[in-house]
Design a protein around this ligand. Structure first.
Ligand SMILES: [Zn+2]
Length: 131
């Protein structure tokens, strides 16, 4: 199979994201893909297609836009904090500067954390839409 040339320069080829190289459960792969592609239920996205007009996080009192950075690092909702504690090895004391650095770490627990976070956020949206 001939691989297409890569923008990175000669010798580089396109490669699948790391998480797609592992034998992960399909629902975990789906959640990671959704988060990476911004096909998730964070208010920064859903505000464009729901009756909610504010992207401010409705899960905590931080008065912060509910985007990927907020959900990963700043949200104080008990479930999110619980997930951060369960997957504490993903959150070193020095922390990460940005979402891309966080998502780029080579720790396989990252995928299960993103899955649990995505499932929580999606279950919350389902309740909102049924109200
Ligand atoms: Zn929040």
């Amino acid at each position: 199979m001939v691989r297409p040339p890569c923008q990175e320069g000669p010798g580089h080829t396109f490669a699948l994201p790391r998480y797609m190289l592992f034998d992960l459960p399909r629902d975990v792969v789906r959640s990671v893909s959704r988060f990476r592609l911004r096909v998730h239920t964070l208010l920064i996205q859903t505000v464009t297609w729901t009756h909610n007009t504010s992207p401010t996080c409705d899960l905590c009192n931080a008065n912060d836009v509910q985007d990927e950075q907020h959900a990963l690092f700043h949200c104080t909702h008990p479930r999110v904090v619980s997930l951060q504690r369960t997957y504490a090895t993903l959150f070193p004391p020095a922390g990460f500067n940005n979402v891309s650095a966080f998502l780029g770490q080579e720790n396989n627990k990252l995928y299960f954390f993103l899955h649990a976070l995505t499932v929580f956020l999606m279950s919350r949206l389902a309740v909102t839409l049924l109200d």
